[in-house]
Structure formats: C-alpha cells, structure tokens
Design a protein around this ligand. Sequence first.
Ligand SMILES: [Zn+2]
Ligand SMILES: [Zn+2]
Length: 170
Amino acid sequence: MSKAENMEIRAEAAAALREGGLRPTRTRCLILALLRQGSDHPTAAQITSRLNATGEHVHLPTVYQCLDRMVQAGLLSSFVDGDGLIHFDVNPRPHHHLRCMHCGVIVDALITAAGAGLLEALSRTASKLEPTQSWAITNAKVELQGLCPSCRPRNHTGAEGDGRANQTSD
Ligand SMILES: [Zn+2]
Ligand SMILES: [Zn+2]
C-alpha cells in the first residue's frame, strides 16, 4: 500500500467518524483505517499489535475505548466468539460469517439473493414448528465453518501441494 493510498484511507476514515458524530482522533482514524483495509474480524489486542507493528504507538486501553465508542456510534459491530474474546467488525449491518476451524480467521460470507431466500424459508419453518410455541424471528445470523484458502489441503485445489498440507479431518 502506497503512502498516498494510506493517506486517502485515513481521510475516508476521518470523514466516516465525523459522519458518525465522533471526533476523528488519531487512534480512532488509525483503527478504522486498519479495519477497512482488512477483511478479518480482529480483537482489540490484535488491532493494537498490528498498529504497533506499523510503527504507530497505541495502547490497548485506548484502543478498547475507541472501539467501544465506534460500536456505540454504529460505525462498527462487535461479537463474542467461541474463544470468549470480543471481535470487531467493520460492517455494522446484519450479515453472515465464514470461520476457519484451523486458523480461526473470520470473514464476511457473501450470501446471494437465493441464499437469503433459503434463510428466510428456514426462519419461517423454525418459527412454526409448534403453533403454540411459534417465534417471531427478527434476525438470522449464520456462521459457516470450514477451512480457509490458506488452511485448506492443497490437493483440494487440484494442484499438487508441497507435501506439508494441513490435514485437519479430525
Ligand atoms: Zn485458516
Ligand atoms: Zn463480519
């Protein structure tokens, strides 16, 4: 990423913060720019170490505070994963996730209109299993689990791997 691109992403992050009613402080801009450049859903500790690795000096408590304010302002969403840690998501709208069972990476699942229709049908069925016990479904959140492209055994791509492909069939 060039310096100019970096500046542009930071300027966009600052604009988004102002739009969300937040003062674009240095740390808030750095965090939002970092999240917008990636596709995963890091924890506050991961965000802190990634920023520090790029030469920016930020502290975990400040990062936590900034993330919290951005979630409250509706710029980010957050969720507790199976690891018990809070993960932050640059996408504040309801959406679905893909999670790698080997390295733990979580990315947004791109669900087509057909998939969304299936989900809706599933919600309708689930809500009506027992007429007297029917639920009013307000939200559906799907997590699809598997192996990401980096962890997937190489032979699944059709190409021969280096013989060290991860076998995680257990
Ligand atoms: Zn993986
Ligand atoms: Zn997400």
